[in-house]
Design a protein around this ligand. Structure first.
Ligand SMILES: O=P(O)(O)OC[C@H]1O[C@H](O)[C@H](O)[C@@H](O)[C@@H]1O
Length: 532
């Protein structure tokens, strides 16, 4: 029997927020001019991350009610239940312990909240992953022909692809010890072109194939794996020699063993790690191969630093809570169905698709944990990409379209690209980020537009004719997430920030963020069609 989960709409703070939302809302232009606005900023110590949420469409009274809602919904006790390893994934009766993969977020000597057994499993598999990655990178672990590996191909999809691929794109270019010449490639799509295009330039005698699948049954991944192994065969790497080229990462090691993947090259994780939360587990092996074990451990430590902040910071200063509750206000009280993620560092090119899976597969739910239908909106439609490119594409709709799209901007303070004019590039990028954040918030009304046109030398009568086309309503809620640098540690903290944001929103809505039954129907139908 599912324990009853109260609808958030019955909570006093929700009702208070509904009343606050029903009152006339000042324009963000006016809100920004109000005193005390600077209080809507917060930083997480030890993570290098701070959030400027001064451009969210609420004032201190609304913010206070939002934090009260988080308290009334039991965010803190639900958080503690997750860290204690309780089976909070109720539909599958599983704990949710990706946090355990990052290490213990408490003082040295204190036991991990999830217990020593899990701690031991995690440490020993992490050590295996790190050792393996370093041996391949150093050329100590040889291919079947005795050569060092030059290329790694990770075959996986969804959570077995998006995280490591995103992080490798973000970090490999600037990890100074990653100049080993080892190239890490990713194939997810089972369209033949994707795997052909990746393999055709590679030498099978120096290529390591990783097949990453939590279940080791995913049809797309198995189809690509079959072709890649056939490619090894065709390249003369056959029979037992092939073992040196094969790696499996899975929570179902019996299945990978049955498919011929050698035990010594099989890395495991557990059913209490959801696929979309698994970049910290053995599934991070391609990332460790791309950046080295030292940087990979820094990445984990960044996640752990955000865990420590999430567990200890007061709700009003707690970064995951800030992102989550801003989102709840926008989604449930301002009725904005979507959320844009605009990343300004180009190394974060795959961050939005990664968060898209994490958020939409987690909180795309329509019933609460007790099976009762949700009577409020749940997870938003999350979309986005690189902010600067977006400015020259879809930002027009944000400024003058008929949708109100809240935005989360992500920027970095420092730039270390080895280019003589890198500082100038960085200045241009951050200038644009700041300008967009402000322009979307304040807009430009018709009177100010008319003045601007006249100042440009336009005839006032002519200017008045097209003043409406040249005006901007603004009032678009947005926050800026600033990283002091885009290092492995900071990226780890950023990912954990989003994981906990998703957690907090699920806690508010009373839904289970850790199952994904919605993806099953299409799979089942494909199977039924296949079987005629
Ligand atoms: O890692 P696998 O078992 O191959 O699963 C890969 C992906 O496929 C599924 O459809 C799920 O929706 C994802 O959550 C998962 O990450």
């Amino acid at each position: 029997m599912n324990a009853p989960v109260p609808s958030p709409t019955t909570l006093p703070a929700w009702q208070q927020l509904a009343q606050l939302a029903a009152a006339p809302q000042p324009h963000l232009r006016e809100r920004l001019a109000q005193p005390g606005r600077a209080a809507l900023q917060a930083a997480a110590e030890g993570t290098g991350i701070r959030i400027d949420f001064t451009r969210q469409a609420f004032d201190e009274a609304i913010w206070s009610a939002l934090t009260t809602l988080a308290r009334e919904a039991g965010v803190e006790s639900q958080r503690d239940a997750m860290f204690a390893g309780q089976a909070i994934n109720t539909s599958e009766q599983r704990a949710v312990l990706h946090v355990a993969l990052r290490g213990t977020p408490c003082a040295k000597g204190n036991a991990a909240p999830w217990g020593t057994v899990i701690q031991g499993l995690v440490q020993s598999e992490l050590n295996r992953v790190c050792e393996f990655a370093d041996r391949v990178r150093a050329g100590d672990l040889k291919s079947s022909t005795g050569a060092a590996f030059t290329d790694v191909v990770n075959i996986g999809i969804g959570g077995s692809d998006l995280g490591p691929r995103m992080a490798a794109d973000a970090l490999a270019p600037l990890c100074s010890d990653s100049q080993t010449g080892l190239r890490v490639h990713f194939v997810s799509n089972p369209d033949a072109w994707a795997v052909y295009h990746t393999l055709r330039g590679l030498n099978p005698t120096t290529t390591l194939l990783i097949v990453a699948s939590k279940t080791f049954t995913t049809q797309e991944t198995m189809t690509n794996a079959t072709t890649a192994r056939r490619w090894l065969d065709d390249g003369g790497i056959t029979g037992t020699a092939q073992s040196a080229h094969l790696v499996a990462i899975t929570a179902a090691p019996r299945k990978s063993a049955a498919a011929g993947y050698p035990e010594a090259h099989t890395f495991t994780f557990w059913d209490w790690v959801g696929g979309r939360y698994s970049v910290w587990s053995a599934l991070g092996l391609p990332l460790a191969l791309a950046i080295g074990s030292t940087a990979f451990r820094e990445f984990l430590a960044g996640g752990q630093a955000m865990d420590a902040h999430f567990r200890s910071a007061p709700l009003a200063q707690n970064l995951p809570v800030i992102l989550a509750m801003s989102g709840v206000w926008n989604r449930n009280f301002l009725n904005c169905p979507t959320q844009l993620l605009a990343c300004y560092p180009s190394r974060l090119v795959r961050f939005a698709p990664f968060v898209q899976q994490m958020d939409m597969e987690s909180n795309g739910k329509r019933v609460r944990k007790d099976g009762q239908p949700c009577d409020s909106g749940t997870g938003p439609i999350l979309w986005g990409g690189l902010g600067i490119d977006g400015q020259h594409a879809y930002f027009q709709l944000l400024h003058q379209g008929t949708h109100r799209v809240p935005v989360e901007f992500i920027g970095v303070d420092t730039e270390d690209t080895p280019l003589p004019l890198a500082a100038e590039h960085h200045r241009v990028v951050n200038l644009n980020l700041r300008a967009q954040s402000q322009a979307l918030a304040v807009g430009r009304d018709e009177a100010a537009t008319l003045q601007a046109l006249i100042a440009e030398g336009r005839d006032p009568e002519q200017a008045a004719e097209f003043v409406s086309q040249r005006s901007f309503p603004g009032n678009v809620p947005n926050s800026v997430i600033w990283l002091d640098a885009l290092t492995p540690h900071r990226l780890g903290a950023l990912i954990a920030l989003y994981e906990h944001k998703v957690f907090v929103q699920a806690a508010i809505w009373g839904i289970n963020a850790y199952d994904q039954w919605g993806v099953e129907l299409g799979k089942t139908m494909a199977k039924a069609m296949e079987n005629g």
